[in-house]
Ligand binder design. Structure first.
Ligand code: CA
Length: 243
């Protein structure tokens, strides 16, 4: 049995496009074009994941989210507009597991879906094929010899402690949590500097440089990869070409 996904989106072309891509990936898909239909569908059937647009006719996506969380909790990825900062914050507060900003690359959406299903598998079908992801037990992220302990705010490489600033730590954590997913500078900026940050995205390049000087250079490893014109990625240890 494959994972069941509900796509809630009132822009028909976008809804159809996402539906076809998801079907192509082997998911079971249903769509809803307004808030009321979405709420009915999402509370009557247990979905493994809901992709939820926020600006919807009849019932706002955030309202749908709140009611679904109360009646039939389901992992939700929000589809948000670029400047809808408050929507993202309220959405995450209301229990959404992730969000993606429109317009998005379908590959990024698919990657986020895989991560969401992997991290929130309770309802997901047992045999859904997942990509190999780092074991993330109780806030511990690992990459080969590197361990990031979130609760203790510590990073160790083969037992050697690496001292990072808060933002460097957050940057490393974000990249590790999204292993094998290329993150754009915009995405990293939001996660690392917060929604309210106003400034140049090249501050991200500066943090990447600091991280490389503390990890890659010291331990002669190529951990953080640049994807030209897109952003940065940490590939899973097995996939990483230089170990
Ligand atoms: Ca909409």
């Amino acid at each position: 049995m494959s994972a069941k996904i509900l796509v809630v989106e009132d822009e028909e072309k976008l809804a159809r496009f996402v539906e076809l891509e998801l079907l192509h990936e082997g998911y079971e898909v249903r769509t809803a074009g307004n808030g009321r239909a979405a709420l009915k569908e999402a509370t009557e059937t247990q979905y493994d994941l809901i992709l939820l647009d926020i600006m919807l006719p009849e019932l706002n996506g955030l309202e749908v989210l709140r009611r679904v969380m109360k009646e039939r909790p389901t992992p939700v990825i929000l589809l948000t507009a670029r400047d809808a900062v408050m929507d993202k914050v309220s959405g995450l507060d209301a229990g959404a597991v992730d969000y993606i900003t429109k317009p998005f690359a379908i590959e990024e959406l698919l990657a986020r879906i895989r991560v969401a299903l992997k991290l929130h598998p309770a309802a997901a079908a047992a045999d859904t094929p997942f990509s190999s992801k780092p074991a993330s037990e109780e806030g511990i992220l690992t990459w080969g010899p590197l361990t990031l302990d979130d609760p203790k705010h510590r990073v160790l490489y083969s037992g050697h402690e690496i001292t990072l600033t808060n933002r460097e730590f957050l940057m490393l954590k974000t990249l590790l949590e999204n292993m094998d997913i290329v993150l754009s500078r915009d995405t990293l900026l939001e996660r690392v500097c917060g929604y309210e940050y106003v400034g140049e995205t090249n501050v991200i390049d500066v943090y990447i440089r600091y991280l490389r000087s503390k990890i890659d250079d010291v331990f002669s490893v190529k951990m953080i990869h640049t994807v030209r014109g897109v952003g940065y990625v940490i590939k899973s240890w097995e996939e990483n070409e230089t170990k």
